[in-house]
Design a protein around this ligand. Structure first.
Ligand code: DC
Length: 219
């Protein structure tokens, strides 16, 4: 039987870093579901679909073939046969993903893909609705948070580290806006699932959070 670990939480809480670490320790596959929503958003941008038109997004999503492959242990997201890993991390795609991911048809399509993956192999899967909707029976369920200030500072440091210039107050505003959209949407809003363990990573190191999750697996 596959063993499944689900991690939900707001943008910038450290989900992907932690999930990758836990997956490596356990020898499981890491599934970044946000990347799938990003690939779908990229598709809508390329097709110039009006992002306020829910019906148009729902219709167009039927033509987006999204799949996941693992190459040298790295998750690669394919959109209609093309590896789009390098194209889904732009601010434009982030903003578009938070709009297209509210559409029911988009979610239905991607959730069934995610469930199929977790049914055949042990995974650490991160996202917003993993423990509430995708894998409500996951063996370990985690709700990972951190304060807006801490998340913004982490993102700021990351961008500065890459040599990009940015404004901390702007980043805080962006994060707060994405939280609001993710938490108040009608379809699968971000909430702590029943039975999920909440971990606030504001004052914890990556290793401390990963160890905490590994200890939950042992319990
Ligand atoms: O985690 P991320 O920033 O890569 O996610 C991109 C967008 O997709 C974000 O607005 C939330 C959304 N998302 C979602 O609705 N459900 C998921 N399981 C994962 C991400």
């Amino acid at each position: 039987m596959p063993y499944n670990i689900g991690i939900d939480g707001p943008a910038g809480a450290g989900k992907s870093t932690i999930a990758k670490k836990v997956a490596a320790k356990k020898g499981y596959i890491y599934v970044d579901t946000g990347a799938m929503y990003r690939a779908m958003a990229l598709f809508m941008l390329e097709k110039k679909v009006n992002l306020s038109d829910t019906e148009a997004i729902g219709k167009n999503c039927e033509n987006a073939d999204i799949s996941i492959k693992y190459e040298n242990g790295v998750q690669c997201v394919y959109l209609n046969g093309e590896n789009v890993n390098d194209r889904i991390r732009t601010p434009e795609v982030s903003a578009a993903a938070s709009k297209t991911s509210v559409v029911k048809k988009v979610r239905e399509k991607l959730v069934s893909l995610q469930q199929a993956l977790a049914a055949k192999t042990s995974v650490v899967m991160d996202g917003r609705d993993i423990c509430t909707k995708v894998l409500p029976d996951a063996d370990v369920k985690v709700y990972l948070t951190a304060s807006v200030e801490v998340r913004a500072k982490r993102r700021y440091d990351e961008l500065v580290g890459k040599g990009e210039s940015c404004d901390l107050t702007e980043i805080e505003k962006d994060i707060a806006e994405r939280d609001r959209r993710d938490m108040t949407r009608e379809e699968s809003p971000l909430v702590k699932a029943d039975g999920a363990v909440e971990i606030d990573s504001s004052d914890m190191t990556i290793d401390e959070v990963a160890d905490k999750i590994l200890s939950l697996c042992r319990e």
